[in-house]
Write a protein that binds this ligand. Sequence first.
Ligand SMILES: Cc1cc2nc3c(=O)[nH]c(=O)nc-3n(C[C@H](O)[C@H](O)[C@H](O)COP(=O)(O)OP(=O)(O)OC[C@H]3O[C@@H](n4cnc5c(N)ncnc54)[C@H](O)[C@@H]3O)c2cc1C
Length: 315
Amino acid sequence: MEEIYKTIKHFGKVKIDEPLQKHTTFKIGGNAKIFITVEKVDAVIELLQYLDEKGVAYMIFGGGSNMLVADEGFDGVVVKISDKTHTVVGNHITSAAGMTTVGLARVTIDEGLTGFEWGVGVPGSIGGAVRGNAGATGGEMKDIVESVEVYRNGEVSTIKKEDIAFQYRDTIFKHNSDVILRVTITLEKGENATGLKQAMEYLAYRNSTQPQGHASTGCIFKNHEVKDDRHDALKDLGVPEEFLKNKKIPAGWLVEKVGLKGKEIGGAKVSERHGNFIVNTGNARAEDVEKLIDEIKQKVYDTYSISLEEEIQRV
Ligand SMILES: Cc1cc2nc3c(=O)[nH]c(=O)nc-3n(C[C@H](O)[C@H](O)[C@H](O)COP(=O)(O)OP(=O)(O)OC[C@H]3O[C@@H](n4cnc5c(N)ncnc54)[C@H](O)[C@@H]3O)c2cc1C
């Protein structure tokens, strides 16, 4: 690691044995052997080429807002991409992966473009948002992404929207080791006053429905997509027709129905306000959260024969 440390410090700001809890919105996670913050995408490419050549394990960090990092930490190099540069050409914007989703949404509003107002409420980086097809209040990254530049097998490639396999909180990037470097989005012309008003309404709605004042990592589970052959059985179990019609059952509703809202294990607690949020009440460990997740999954399965899928990334 000594040699690695000496070489990679040319690519960015390096910290040794860095507590990852300082870099996740959940404020949970053990130490990374090496943590490097890289300011420029070009330096990220060179760094990854070097790490691949040396066979060193690495992990990418955006905003750390969709992760449950193990208490044992990560025995390799954590690469935080912090390049926030972006260019606007007409209604197309290309942004480095380290730009915050909130910041990019704000840029689109200022530019009088419409279609990404919902992004003002989503924490984390735009790279992380594309990877997980982040979305809110009806919008999703898939609606606006035109193409993505990635680091793949030592080279830089451009991936077009149709090859990203966008699905509900899913893309090819969740199933391969591509590192997202830059993202190009395309929007419609709009009015910035209208966009700002809409963004403020989205924020007010979020603040009234999501827990405030405690660390979290957003929604833990994906909402459950209902298969046609389960419609009648779920109806008999009391699932409202409204959810069955939309073919989606909110995970938070399921957690509430199995009586686990407010349940606490160690420093982790299922939010009283939103059943799909687990909050860190102070000194939660990843182990506490894992136990809560397992208990929720088991109870929901026992009651509804539904296997909840995690939206968060365990690392
Ligand atoms: C309070 C709160 C509210 C939230 N609300 C929403 C919401 O409304 N909608 C929603 O969709 N999400 C929501 N989230 C979850 C989270 O904000 C999103 O999933 C976000 O897009 C994650 O981005 P990130 O940069 O923080 O990813 P990280 O947590 O840093 O990373 C998540 C995963 O993506 C990988 N990754 C990150 N950057 C890259 C990259 N450049 N290339 C390749 N892989 C990468 C990481 O290795 C990791 O596996 C919320 C979270 C919080 C804390």
